[in-house]
Design a protein around this ligand. Structure first.
Ligand code: T6T
Length: 322
């Protein structure tokens, strides 16, 4: 029984008549439909689309409808507006990928205080203690794996850099951190630091060509998400450096896979958005039913290269529609 249906079933004993009346007033949603809201980091991103498909499937099996919304840019101010309108619609639970660990902290804690079960999917906040659960990839491990791929392709070492989004994005910052930690283990590599491309492929392309003019001997780049990877690949092509610079991108959308086929990207670290979404729904429903929940769930990743792309890599490619 969900929290809302438990509320619907609240029984009021009516004095002398002894009659029992079932309260029609429901809980968070104000109606009898059981609803999960899914707030993406940004609309139109195949990682979140793949997650949405699995959330819808799992939620339907549990008898919930899903309302999916996402800001037009990966931006906490825009995401906050989406969150406020979702809270006003009183869903039973919210699954959300917070775009900024600090800026989304207070609004999400407030949603939880209002009785909405909040599950953090993909990204997290500074203090997630208000959340039922947080479900995310092994982002530090994925960043380290990206370095190991670059290391294999450059046995003599050399200069490497990370192309990230913004400071404050828990997922991609952790990937860059895992990459940096792994680089530090190998003295033949020289870490040039991190660039912030603001989730904008054009900005990533511009930053990449500028980095190459400063350091024309760069041998490897780790791009921490779909859009950073797409733009970095464009920058390398524009500078005609795609043969010298080995690019490893996090995520595996259709555009990244095309770039892998054409050779501007050498490896992709694919996440499991469907598993994150499914686990997120399971945790929300468990909380609504009063069953035990798991505070933190870590999901895996798979390295896709041209070698395994058409075999075991194929099933890891993200969807662009459900
Ligand atoms: O990499 C994913 C997600 O994990 C990250 O938090 C933001 O970017 C993506 O959505 C890919 O674009």
């Amino acid at each position: 029984m969900t929290k809302k249906s438990r509320r619907v079933a609240t029984i009021f004993a009516l004095g002398g008549a002894g009659a029992l009346v079932l309260s029609a007033c429901s809980g968070a949603g104000g109606s009898d439909t059981k609803e999960i809201a899914f707030i993406q980091g940004v609309a139109g991103d195949e990682f979140y689309i793949s997650m949405q498909c699995s959330i819808e499937q799992e939620a339907a099996a549990e008898g919930f409808t899903v309302n999916t919304q996402g800001p037009t840019q990966f931006d906490p101010t825009l995401q906050r507006t989406v969150l406020d309108s979702v809270i006003a619609s009183r869903p039973d639970a919210i699954l959300i990928a917070p775009t900024d660990a600090t800026a989304m902290q207070a609004p999400l804690a407030a949603a939880a205080r209002e009785g909405i079960e909040v599950v953090l999917v993909d990204a997290t906040v500074d203090d997630p203690s208000f959340a039922v659960s947080q479900v995310a990839s092994d982002n530090i491990g994925g960043g380290a794996e990206a370095f190991h791929a670059i290391q294999q392709m450059n046995p003599d070492g050399g200069k490497v850099l990370a192309m990230d989004l913004y400071p404050g994005v828990s997922t991609t910052n952790a990937r860059a951190e895992g990459f940096e930690q792994a680089v530090a283990q190998d003295p033949s590599f020289d870490y040039l630091g991190v660039q912030y491309s603001h989730n904008d492929p054009a900005e990533a392309a511009r930053l990449m060509t500028a980095a190459l003019s400063r350091d024309p001997d760069i041998v490897g780049v780790f791009a921490t998400n779909l859009f950073a990877s797409e733009g970095t690949a464009t920058g390398l092509r524009q500078a005609n450096m795609q043969d010298q610079v080995k690019l490893v991108g996090f995520d595996a959308g259709p555009a990244q896979v095309d770039q892998l086929r054409e050779g501007t990207v050498q490896a992709l670290i694919a996440q499991e958005p469907a598993t994150i979404g499914k686990d997120g729904v399971e945790q929300a429903v468990a909380a609504l039913d009063g069953r035990p929940v798991t505070a933190s769930i870590q999901t895996g990743f798979q390295v896709i290269t041209a070698e395994n792309l058409d075999t075991d890599g194929a099933e890891w490619v993200y969807k662009s529609s459900c």
